[in-house]
Each structure stands twice: as structure tokens, then as C-alpha cells.
Design a protein around this ligand. Structure first.
Ligand code: UD1
Length: 436
């Protein structure tokens, strides 16, 4: 298994290109099950994207990556996309409807095939995603919405079986603004008969990106980015070319890296508005950010100040940035606290950070950070995607050597993070675990 070996304390300097968004690319890719054809650029080269493409191929879609397939051997230039400039997707001649356990278990977002399969093929058999380390994460809201839209759903032998004679537009009121739930319903509603209204919808920028893409294909969607989304069903979707939005969590992770160690770091191919809550927190901790068109520059905070925050649905501070902000809180002057309101059990990285010298106590859903710690390198284990990013950041400021194990988690969602950090001056190498 791969690990990262990091020698901490080296300043970061330079420019880094932020990749296309994983959480926008996945639903857009799954929407190909709605039929027709389209091409995409700015799709990040990630394990979750490859899993999605495999699953879509099993579901009968034709996919080509240009100019060359998965060009991983190509020399790495941290200022260029590292693979497909263009990804083309079209319907094949068969219409399977089963998403098997082997693929779904590796990626919870596979559940995003359910809505488009039901809408287009009227049948879907999708393995239940199962629990994962960040809480139970059920999909009951997705299923209730599809039932309301006219699907019959049963669960047997770990599979969701769903079928319909044709989805009908409906009023869907979500008990919680679930992100993939909102996307799944929106995709199903695009081809349903009549009008669907989603209230208490999630407002994440990735939902707006999916809606913009679908509208460019001829879908009739209004209100994406607000809590009420209205979708009027259409017969079919048109071909289009679309460029996926930037990854705001990758951007946020590099901003924290800059706040920890930046002589001067510029992230580019970004917009500031989806990053507002992250920038606000960094500013409150003492950062001075320069916002340019398409780029943000930040240097290390000399004396970071502790602060209290809660993770919240967008536009609040993202749960996907909680693990990354903790190392900054650990070294800040004065105490900090983080209340995790989105997921249960999302503090698995804290024990590992404490082994590196942080002083963080967990009380239920709250992490109390003492502050003023000096971190020391240690061998630590990554337990999920964002936890791994938090441990990498901790390793960058720790004294001495840190080995972050199980970095396959980070490869699910960060495009060549070690190469991007290395290009900025970090000492970080991908190694085989336990290699000398
Ligand atoms: C998405 C993101 C993930 C991010 C999360 C919250 C993708 C591919 N993933 O995940 O990176 O951390 O949003 O911003 O975009 N819930 C239910 N029943 C449901 C659905 C959700 O109880 O049917 C609960 C979940 O257990 C969780 C909360 O609602 O506690 C939020 O989950 P949700 O917004 O659905 O997260 P995801 O869409 O899975």
C-alpha cells in the first residue's frame, strides 16, 4: 500500500492549479445515464472518477478519453490538467440497470446512478452503499423521494430494486438538505412528466454546476443554489460540451497549507465566492488573502488565533474541510472548537493528530482544541479521504518525519496532491508502506 513520507517545516512558495471538482464531476458523469451524448473537460483524474467511469461502462455507456487514455505516465506539470482534456460519453446499444456491490462499496456516490437509471430505463438495481467510517450515512431521503415520484422500491439481499412505469413530477420536501439526494432527485426529475419542486434543497455550488450543465443540455431547472429548486420535465437532452467547476475543497486544503507554511502561495483556476466560508475562517484566524480574478494568494499566518466554528451545509463551513483546519487550530494561540453538525463519527483523524502532539479532546460532536501545540512527526493512519488531507497538513508543519499510511483514501479525491505540494516546496514523497 502507498504511504506519504513528509519532512515537515519546509516553506511553500509558488502557484498551484486547482483541479476540477470531484463532487461536481461525479453527478455530471452519472447524469450521462439520462441519455444522449456530451463531452466534458476539467474532469479530475481521481480514483472516484475512474470508479464512476467503470460503473458507467458496465451500465452500457461508451466513454472515450482524449487525447490519450488515462495518461498517467505523462510527465507531471502541476500547472496543467494531468489527464483528459476531453471526455466523451454517449449511450451504447445495451441498457443494463444493475450497479454491482464490488463497485458501489468503494464509492458511496454510486447511489447517484439511481435517479437517472429510473428516469431513463425505468429500472434500477443498485447495491446498498453500506456504512462507512464517517457514520451510518443512510439514503432514505433519496428512496422516499423516488417513491413519491412513482417508483416501487424494495430492498433484498443488500440491493435496492426500483422500477417505475414512468416518473411523475412531485413536491419533494427534504427533512435535511442532502447533497447527493438533491442531485439524484434533480436528475430523475429532468425526464419526469410534469413539474418537480424540491424544498429544503441543498445549496452547494456543485448542485449549481450540475444544474448549469443540465440546463445547457436543454433541461428546465430554476432555483439551483437556493433552497427551492423547480424542475419541469423534458423529453430528451441535447449534446453539449461543458467544463466542470473547480474543486473548492482542494482549493481550501491548499489555502490552509498556505496559511500554515506559505511564503506566498497562489491557487489558480478558482473563484472566491464558493470559498467564502473558508476564507472567512482563515481571515478570522489572522490570514491576509489577496483575491485576484481567477486566483487567490495567501501567506503563512504569523500568529494564528484560535476560533470556534460549526460545520454546516453550504454556505456554512464545509464538513469536508474540518480535518484540514484542525492542524492550524492546534498550533494557534488560544483555544479553538469545532462542532461537527453534518456527520457523526467524523473525528477519526483526531487521535492521530494527538499522537503528533496536538491537544484535542472530543466531547460528542465537538472537538476542543487546546492550541499552542508544537507538532512532531509520527507514523499515522489515514481513515478517510478528508482525514488523510488533515494528516498531510499536520505532517507539513510537524518537526521531523511523518509517514501517512493508507493514502489510497486521499487518491479518491485529490489529484496528485503530493506532486502539487512538492512543486510548492514541500518535502513529501509517495512510498510503499514499510519501505526503508
Ligand atoms: C456529499 C459530498 C460529501 C460531503 C457531504 C456533506 C458528494 C459526492 N459527496 O455527500 O463530500 O461531505 O455532501 O457536504 O457530493 N442523510 C440521511 N439520509 C439520506 C441522505 C443523507 O440521513 O437519505 C444524512 C447523512 O447521513 C449525513 C447528512 O444527511 O449525516 C448529510 O449527508 P449528504 O448531504 O447526503 O452527504 P452526501 O451527499 O453523501
Amino acid at each position: 500500500m502507498d504511504a506519504f513520507r513528509i519532512v515537515g517545516g519546509h516553506p511553500l512558495r509558488g502557484t498551484v492549479r486547482i483541479s476540477g471538482s470531484k463532487n461536481a464531476a461525479l453527478p455530471i458523469l452519472f447524469s450521462s445515464l439520462l441519455g444522449g451524448s456530451f463531452s466534458l473537460s476539467n474532469v479530475p483524474c481521481l480514483r472516484d472518477v475512474k470508479t464512476t467511469l467503470l460503473l458507467l461502462e458496465q451500465l452500457g455507456l461508451k466513454i472515450s478519453v482524449r487525447p490519450e487514455p488515462l495518461a498517467e505516465s505523462k510527465g507531471f506539470d502541476h500547472n496543467e490538467p494531468i489527464w483528459s482534456d476531453l471526455l466523451e460519453i454517449s449511450e451504447g446499444t445495451t441498457s443494463p440497470f444493475e450497479a454491482p456491490y464490488d463497485l458501489v462499496r468503494t464509492m458511496r456516490a454510486s447511489v447517484l446512478c439511481l435517479g437517472p437509471l429510473l428516469a431513463r430505463r425505468k429500472r434500477a438495481r443498485v447495491s446498498l452503499p453500506g456504512g462507512c467510517l464517517i457514520g451510518a450515512r443512510p439514503i432514505d431521503m433519496h428512496l422516499k423521494a423516488f417513491e413519491r415520484m412513482g417508483a416501487r422500491i424494495t430492498i433484498h439481499h443488500g440491493y435496492i430494486d426500483a422500477e417505475t412505469d414512468g416518473l411523475e413530477g412531485s413536491e419533494i420536501s427534504l427533512p435535511y438538505p442532502t447533497v447527493t439526494g438533491t442531485e439524484n432527485i434533480m436528475m430523475a426529475a429532468v425526464l419526469a412528466r410534469g413539474t418537480t419542486t424540491i424544498t429544503n434543497a441543498a445549496e452547494e455550488p456543485e448542485i449549481v454546476d450540475l444544474a448549469n450543465f443540465l440546463v445547457a443540455r436543454g433541461a428546465r431547472i430554476t432555483g439551483a443554489g437556493t433552497s427551492t429548486i423547480r424542475i419541469v420535465g423534458v423529453e430528451r437532452l441535447d449534446p453539449v460540451h461543458y467544463s466542470v467547476m473547480f474543486d473548492r475543497i482542494e482549493a481550501g486544503t491548499f489555502l490552509v497549507a498556505a496559511a500554515l507554511l506559505g511564503e506566498e502561495v497562489t491557487i489558480r483556476e478558482v473563484e472566491s465566492s464558493p470559498l467564502s466560508s473558508i476564507l472567512d475562517v482563515l481571515k478570522a484566524m489572522g490570514a491576509e488573502a489577496e483575491i485576484h480574478t481567477g486566483a487567490i494568494t495567501l501567506g503563512a499566518i504569523r500568529r494564528p488565533r484560535g476560533l470556534s466554528l460549526r460545520t454546516l451545509p453550504y454556505p456554512g463551513f464545509p464538513t469536508d474541510m474540518q480535518a484540514q483546519i484542525l492542524p492550524l487550530m492546534a498550533i494557534a494561540e488560544g483555544p479553538s472548537s469545532v462542532v461537527e453538525t453534518v456527520f457523526e463519527n467524523r473525528f477519526t483523524h483526531v487521535m492521530e493528530m494527538n499522537r503528533m502532539g496536538a491537544n484535542i479532546e472530543i466531547h460528542g460532536s465537538q472537538a476542543m482544541v487546546r492550541g499552542g501545540s508544537r507538532l512532531e512527526g509520527a507514523a499515522v493512519m489515514a481513515s478517510d479521504l478528508r482525514a488523510s488531507a488533515g494528516l498531510v497538513l499536520a505532517g507539513l508543519i510537524a518537526e521531523g518525519e511523518t509517514e501517512v499510511r493508507r493514502v489510497y483514501h486521499i487518491d479518491r479525491g485529490y489529484e496528485a496532491i503530493e506532486k502539487k505540494l512538492e512543486a510548492l516546496g514541500a518535502r513529501i514523497k509517495r512510498i510503499q508502506e514499510d519501505s526503508p
